[in-house]
Design a protein around this ligand. Sequence first.
Ligand code: KG4
Ligand code: ZN
Length: 357
Amino acid sequence: MRVLGIESSCDETAAALVTETGEVLADVVASQIATHSPYGGIVPELASRAHMQAVIPVIRQALADMPEGLDAVDAIAVTRGPGLVGSLLVGVQVAKALAWSLDKPLVGVNHLDGHLFAVYLQRPAKGISEVPRMPYIGLLVSGGHSALYRVDSFDDISLIAQTRDDAAGEAFDKAAKLLGLGYPGGPIIDKLAAQGDPGAVRFPMPMASRKTLEFSFSGLKTSLARYVQTQGVPEDEQGLADLCASFQGVIVESLVRKSLLACARESLDQLVITGGVAANRGLRARAREACEKQGIRVFVPPPISCTDNAAMIAMAAARRLTAGERDDLSFAVYSRDPERRRGRFRPDGTLVERARK
Ligand code: KG4
Ligand code: ZN
């Protein structure tokens, strides 16, 4: 089965063709970075307009190597939320129109499931990737989310803990804006941090207690703002690199510590790190080092699978589609994650018993 995935939840218009086993046949992403970067963040109205312009060309490009064109598609998967409603509607309406006119099954996908299952994608050009067995702990770190999940199966995912305030990607983006470095901040800070000393500036470790699995990054952002107010933005390259390395180091350490704690509490020895921030080289290296020490196997998809893409959306829908399921074409989009994912942790980090289906 070949699944056409469509993704338009945020600032990337994407289409991909993926088999039911996760082999990526085509993967196209049109980024809107140039549109939003003058504003230092995403402007929702501009995002919707850019999706409208890009969506058909992106789908065409994803099918360019298929002589049969749309006939090569057996089923369609589209992101239905969470995300920007105006952006989501563009992908969902195109997906519905295609499904209806071609009479192909359509499945609406939760964007976060896409990130969590991106680890199963196989990109032949990159060789065979090892994949985890379920259950595993999933650390999902993106521009909108920072959360730990327990993944028991494709449809049994429990939220263990999340951020109290900013997402990790948001912290990177806000820090880069504060330092006048541009947008999106994550890749820019990642690059600068590679040349810096993470011990140069001491920022407090958020949520340092082992009693909680929650994250918090807004205090760190305030610490950076205070540093800039008193010391100014370093003018020399090394000073800037040191500041970025110190800032990034705290985020990375917090993410790694809580992930290991979640593995220990759930008695699981496999960790999957995914979402845009999983592209961070500091996080990838530190997670590998710390997991090796604890005997935990860590799986981090290649950066192209971590940042927003449509292949992960097709992957997340594959099990339902191969089981012959399809959604009714009247389904709606949602801007926030639905209720079923909430409430599995208490503020002190103690576990709430999971309701078994
Ligand atoms: O998953 P994603 O592409 O979109 C959302 O669903 O949010 O994540 C985007 C976020 C942005 O905040 C971006 O700054 C961050 O991921 N990001 C990174 C890196 N690449 C992207 N953060 C840190 N280091 C990176 N190399
Ligand atoms: Zn995402």
